[in-house]
Structures are given as C-alpha cells and as structure tokens.
Design a protein around this ligand. Structure first.
Ligand code: PMP
Length: 398
C-alpha cells in the first residue's frame, strides 16, 4: 500500500515524536514534553456563555455558510488588537481567520513553496511548522538562535550565499522551543535583509501576549515597509486551543491568494466558533484573562528556573525566558538527549521532555531538549526537575 503514498507523506517520519508523546502520556511520568496550556486556566464558563450569546444573537444565520476570511466584526477587533498589542497597522481586509496558527503556516507554505524551493528556519524551530513545511518538500537553510533570537549575521550570510531563498520562518516572541525573543534591532535588520534579498518573512507569534517579565517589543511586521511580512497568531494559548482559531495578517496582494487557498481547503472556519469568540470579546475582558494566566505562568516559570538552578549540575545550561511556554536545556557535547530519555530518564526519573533532534530541520543537534512549564502545577514542576537533576548528577557523559 505504501508505494501508493505521495513523497510528501513518505518524507514525513513522525515515529520518534509519536513514541515520545506516548511515553509522556503515561500518568506515572511527569511530562514536560507537551506544549499544553494549563487546563485549570481556561475561561470555560465565559466561553460557554459566549457560545450561548452568539447563537441567541445571530439566530438561524449562524448555521449558514459565511465568508472565507471570517466575520468582519471579529476582523475589525483583531485589527484594533494588532495596533494596541503588536504596533501593527492593518485594516480588517488584511486579516483572515484560520483554523489555528497551524493552518496559517500551511497556507503560507502552500502559497510560496514549490518542491525544492529554499527557505530559512531557525535552528531549533517549532516542530509542527517543520511538519507543515515538509509536505511541500523545501530545501531548508538553518540559522542558529541565541539569546536575542535568530543570528542575523548568519542570516545575512545565508541569504547572500543562496539568493534563491524565498521565505524566512521565525518565531520571534518567546520562541518555541528555546523561549528566546528576537531583539528590536534584529527585527529591523531582518526586514532590511528581506527587502534587500526579496524574501517573505513568516512571523509566527502565538506567545506574544504571554509575557512574564521585561518590556514588549513591536512585531517584526511593525518594521515592514514593503508588505513582505506575514504575521500569524492564535487564540490557542490565550483562550483555548480547542477553538482551533488563529489569524493571519498580510498585504492585500498576498491576502487574495491566501483566501483562495483557504477556500479550497475548508471553505471557511467554523462560523459558530468565530461568532462565539466575537461575542466573548464583546462581553468579557480578554486582557484581564491574559493577565490572570500570565500571573500563574510566571509562578510556574519561576518554579522551574529555581529548580533548575538548585538541582541541575553546572555543566548543563538553560535559557531564562521572559514569557511563553518553554525552556531549552543544553547538555554537554556528545550527549544524545533522545537515547538518554528512552534509556535512562523515562525509566529511572519518570520524567519526559522533547529531545532536540526532531526540532532541527537538519536533525543534527542531539545534545539538547525542550521543557514545558505551563501545563503542570509548581510543586510537580519542582519534583520533576529534582528527579531529572539528581539523575543528571554529576554528569550523564562519561
Ligand atoms: N506556532 C507555534 C510556534 C506554536 O508553538 C504552535 C502551537 N504549539 C502553533 C504555531 C500552532 O498552534 P495553533 O494551531 O493551536 O494555533
């Protein structure tokens, strides 16, 4: 049967990840592997009310087909939010609702990538984006990420050496998986490079509002002078991932094509959910809700960092994010985080993480892993990091 499958599927090996998530679902293990929000923090009563209000207010029309881009009222609210929360001026016509940020990534890949086309990704990057891009069979160029986000010098060298590059994919705010944030200077420089080398930037920013310390930085799209930056975000991390609702901001020329592509895939996002989100934004204070979750996530981040400081040996380094969901841990050179996980960490410490290799397009970096700090309570976080740290003492490498 497999010989009938398209290359895009055959190229997509998810078996490693399937195994990791299967292991981490075992209730005996403390899992830092998933990228889940805290289930206790969903505004479930307000969302239930919002669905009821939306159905009552819209009557039968809510059950009918509607526009591909999504309801104008919601797009207008997002246009306002883009101004106030990202320093981006966009009209409602430059905004489209999507089924999560994930669909927005897929749409942009579909718009731009022929098989073999060249693109830049961060190393490491969001593994779900790699899965989406992989199906279009691009040629990847990996640019490392450091404390201030993507290394712009390496980006410049890469673009200069490979003028055929069409697309840069970046997660500038509280990067998945490292938690780092691209500095304002680098954002400006990235746009200048995109202009110089005729490249599109896909700015994927679902964690932008989840800041626990430090000051907010304008979106990359704020610096966009030629309509080359496509911005995407999502309600998944700030309201609920089950809504499967994200949004995409793009120049009109790009937007026309993106709407056409979405229409061919699913005609539109579920109308009832979009109406409920619109009603939620009308009757509830989403920023008050975000402030509440940020307070809880700040405590969890601090618990994980304090435990790492206390229980991890000094030859292991880790990032100190100002927001988002993740901390990135780097083990001594020569350590294979995946083998360590399956052979030692899961059976002995009963802790799960996501090893680094599957988060690199090149699959080459093996001595690091991602930890999520949002889904568990602070006590469990501390216990899990203690169990892991004690196992890693004095050093896992001989
Ligand atoms: N981009 C990044 C960087 C993410 O971490 C995620 C979710 N983990 C997504 C996009 C997709 O999220 P969703 O489709 O739920 O909006």
């Amino acid at each position: 049967m497999k010989k009938l499958f398209a290359n895009r599927v055959l190229n997509n090996d998810t078996s490693d990840l399937d195994e990791i998530f299967k292991n981490s679902a075992n209730p005996e293990n403390i899992s830092f592997a998933g990228g889940f929000p805290d289930i206790q923090l969903f505004p479930d009563d307000d969302l239930k009310q919002a669905y009821r209000d939306a159905i009552d207010a819209d009557g039968q029309a809510i059950f009918q087909y509607a526009s591909t881009a999504g309801p104008l009222a919601l797009r207008q609210k997002l246009a306002t939010r883009m101004q106030t929360h990202a320093d981006v001026t966009a009209s409602a016509d430059e905004i489209m609702l999507t089924q999560g940020g994930q669909q927005a990534i897929d749409l942009v890949a579909k718009l731009l990538l022929n098989r073999g086309d060249s693109m830049v990704v961060e190393g490491p990057t969001y593994m779900g984006a790699l899965a989406a891009f992989d199906t279009y069979e691009p040629t990847y160029y990996e640019v490392p990420v450091n404390k201030n986000g993507m290394d712009i010098k390496v980006l410049q060298q890469t673009l200069q050496a490979h003028p055929e590059i069409k697309l840069i994919y970046t997660v500038p705010d509280f990067h998945n998986p490292t938690g780092t944030t691209l500095s304002a200077k680098r954002r400006q420089a990235m746009v200048a490079l995109a202009n110089q080398y005729d490249v599109i930037i896909l700015e994927d920013s679902p964690y932008r509002d989840l800041r626990y310390s430090g000051k907010s930085i304008p979106a990359i799209k704020h610096y966009d002078t030629e309509g080359r930056v496509i911005f995407i975000s999502s309600f998944s991390k700030i309201l609920s991932p089950a809504l499967r609702t994200g949004w995409l901001v793009a120049d009109p020329q790009l937007m026309t094509e993106l709407i056409g592509l979405k229409s061919a895939i699913d005609v539109q996002s579920p109308n009832i959910t979009l109406a409920a989100i619109n009603s939620y934004l009308d009757h509830h204070d989403i920023d008050a809700h975000i402030a509440t979750i940020n307070q809880a996530y700040r405590i969890k981040r601090d618990a994980m960092l304090a435990a790492l400081d206390k229980y991890f040996p000094k030859n292991i380094t880790y990032t100190r994010p100002n927001g988002g969901f993740f901390i990135w841990v780097t083990l001594p050179q020569g350590t294979d985080a995946k083998t360590l996980l399956t052979d030692v960490v899961l059976p002995q410490a009963h802790v799960a993480y996501v090893p680094s290799a599957c988060q690199f397009a090149s699959r080459q970096v093996k001595n690091a892993f991602r930890l999520n700090f949002t889904s568990l309570d602070p006590e469990t976080i501390t216990r899990g990091i203690q169990q892991l740290g004690e196992l890693l003492q004095p050093s896992p490498v001989q």
